[in-house]
Write a protein that binds this ligand. Structure first.
Ligand SMILES: *Cc1c(COP(=O)(O)O)cnc(C)c1O
Length: 411
């Protein structure tokens, strides 16, 4: 590409990142300086439609006025107390999130990976103390192709060679089954199984939506076996699929919800494990914690996020996601057979498999940059489209038209 990454300011920033930051990412050649709503502006003054939205951490767009106002207010009051003392945002945040999710208790953490780790720890402890699994025997069933974060225990059950390679020895106690296959799941459960951990829609895998009835089957299998259904809704939750929770959208209730990304409104890292007291109650003082978990700044922003999603809030956010998703689906359907092999979608979240003969997902993403649209490729020739839920119909059309243009160029 000759039109991108050529500006002096961009080159300057890329040199610094190349020279001084660990090379654990391969970013597109765009260096963002500011952003508002669904749009970002780079250091050259060029504007782009953000169709990644921070992997759904920016579901409400960049700088949503209600979220920024909540952050500003709290910045001037108090930002960190540690859990050694109380703060006046923690209790309301937990109560409001519990109500939104329909569970009794909340364990606040910071990143998605921490929510997952915490969920795994709680599930194991629940297995020993409540289910009666013999010490150190607990097993957790997970799905192939999933993504749950980057800690050693989490990559221990990753099926992505890049995520695992060179990071062993791994944490034992996980059984991996194919995603979307209830028979394989049922067969993997043993008397020592304490939990099933899955994403209701596999995000990083390329927006892989399970077959109809799968989540209900997981629920039933967990009920019969007396194991916890742990739903990793770090990416699928909080509006992306047109529902507060993707599982609820499918009419299913998990035992444990893992939330992150959008919970912090794209402003602060904020994650949570949400479950009933019969599960989270296994944690007693000193057994788990986090210096920043439950800090008042994050809780204040989280409360504003919950308000955006709740019935008493400005409404419309969830309905908009569902409706905009239909708009995207109609336009994307027209591309199938014209450079697109398949489209998977849930709400305003689409995984698009480009014909591999045309190029990699990375090639497509790079060409979209020069058309003013930011997306992220996943494996192979797949790209995902997940703009903030505040985009307009015209902006969705702009993104899909840009993709059509790129595909025409590549053909
Ligand atoms: C992003 C993600 C995580 C990890 O979140 P981090 O904040 O990056 O640690 C966990 N689970 C799912 C489903 C995710 O998409």
């Amino acid at each position: 590409m000759t039109t991108i990454g050529t500006g002096r300011a961009t080159a300057h920033h890329e040199r610094l990142v190349d020279g001084y930051s660990a090379h654990n990412y391969h970013p597109l050649p765009v260096v963002v300086a500011e952003a508002a709503g669904a749009w970002v502006t780079d250091v050259e003054g060029r504007r782009y439609l953000d169709c990644l939205a921070g992997y759904s951490a920016l579901n409400f767009g960049h700088g949503h006025p209600a979220l920024v106002a909540a952050a500003h207010r709290q910045l001037d009051r108090v930002t960190l107390t540690s859990r050694a003392f109380g703060n006046d945002q923690l209790g309301p945040f937990c109560a409001e999130l519990a109500a939104l999710v329909g569970k009794q208790q909340v364990l606040p953490m910071n990143t998605g990976a921490e929510a997952v780790e915490s969920g795994l720890k709680v599930a194991r402890k629940w297995g020993y103390e409540v289910k009666g699994v013999p010490e150190d025997r607990a097993r957790i069933v997970v799905a192939a192709g999933g993504f749950h974060g980057r800690t050693i225990s989490i990559v221990s059950f990753s099926t992505d060679p890049d995520a695992r390679g060179g990071f062993g020895p791994f944490t034992p106690g996980f059984d991996v089954v194919p995603y979307g296959d209830p028979h394989a799941l049922r067969a993997a459960i043993t008397p020592d199984t304490v939990a099933v951990l899955i994403e209701p829609v596999q995000g990083e895998a390329g927006v892989v939506v399970p077959p109809a009835g799968y989540l209900a089957a997981v629920r039933e299998i967990c009920d019969r076996a007396g194991v916890l259904f742990v739903a990793d809704e770090v990416q699928s939750g909080l509006g992306r699929t047109g529902h507060v929770l993707a599982t609820r959208g499918a009419g299913v209730d998990a035992d444990v919800y893992l939330l992150g990304k959008a919970l912090g409104g794209g402003i602060v890292p904020l994650s949570a494990v949400v479950a009933d007291a019969a599960v989270l109650g296994v944690l007693r003082p000193g057994q788990h914690g986090s210096t920043f978990g439950g800090n008042p700044l994050a809780c204040a922003v989280g409360r504003a996020v919950i308000e955006l999603l709740s019935d008493t809030g400005p409404r419309g956010m969830l309905a908009a996601a569902a409706r905009l998703g239909e708009v995207a689906a109609d336009r994307l359907a027209a591309l199938v057979g014209h450079g697109v092999v398949a489209v998977r979608r849930s709400g305003l979240w689409a995984g698009i498999d480009v014909d591999p003969r045309l190029g990699s997902g990375r090639d497509v993403a790079e060409r979209l940059v020069s058309r003013g649209v930011l997306v992220k490729d996943t494996h192979g020739s797949t790209i995902r489209l997940s703009p903030p839920l505040v985009v307009t119909d015209d902006e969705v059309a702009l993104a899909v038209d840009a993709l059509a243009g790129v595909l025409a160029e590549l053909r």
